[in-house]
Design a protein around this ligand. Structure first.
Ligand SMILES: Cc1cc2nc3c(=O)[nH]c(=O)nc-3n(C[C@H](O)[C@H](O)[C@H](O)COP(=O)(O)O)c2cc1C
Length: 181
């Protein structure tokens, strides 16, 4: 089985998550290719696809949206999953879960219109102080916000293993068209 893990990343954290997913899947499934969305010409040669993008301004990066839109018809013919990398875990604690849930819902609604995904997952990425306008940083910290590498690799592994399990099972025992976390 050849699986594609495609990503769009502005500063590298989404690329590293995609590479991690690809190498973990490869250990279980065999051939897995990890490419930036801009490098992929066609998805018809892959049996399953995982697509991830950094979130900027509450949306996927333009190359990821373009990829999703351009390949929607072929993506719909095979098992496909999506993940989004944002900064929900950087928010003050009381807002983290709610922030992630709102973002999960908003992004999934946009994506599912194009492709009947088997799942969409939000991960936290890397959020550095320099990414926030200086006047807001102090207030952000004072209210419980934080900066740093907030990637939860155990959560990435857990999600990857769920996908691997589905792909390892016969097609009849898996479902499609639902969005789950
Ligand atoms: C200009 C800009 C806008 C961002 N907008 C959002 C956003 O709307 N929601 C969010 O959760 N994270 C947002 N982030 C945080 C990034 O998604 C996060 O830092 C992620 O790890 C970036 O992935 P990358 O390293 O692959 O580019 C933004 C970051 C930047 C630089």
């Amino acid at each position: 089985m050849t699986v594609l893990v495609a990503y769009a990343s502005a500063l590298g954290s989404t690329r590293e998550i995609a590479q991690h997913i690809a190498s973990r899947m490869a250990a279980a499934l065999g051939e897995v290719e990890c490419r930036s969305v801009e490098e992929v010409e066609a998805v018809s040669g892959y049996e399953a696809v995982v697509v991830g993008s950094a979130i900027h301004n509450q949306a996927w990066l333009p190359p990821a949206l373009l990829f999703f839109n351009h390949h929607a018809r072929e993506l719909a013919k095979r098992p496909a999953w999506a993940f989004s990398v944002g900064m929900a875990d950087a928010l003050p604690k009381p807002f983290r879960r709610r922030g992630a849930a709102l973002q999960q819902k908003r992004l999934a609604e946009v994506l599912i219109k194009e492709v009947p995904l088997r799942g969409h997952k939000i991960f936290s990425g890397v959020y550095k102080a320099g990414q926030m306008p200086a006047p807001l940083r102090k207030l952000f910290r004072l209210t419980g916000g934080r900066f740093g590498d907030l990637r939860d690799w155990a959560a990435v592994d857990e999600w990857t293993d769920q996908i691997t399990d589905q792909l390892a099972k016969p097609a009849s025992s898996t479902s499609s068209g639902s969005i789950t976390g």
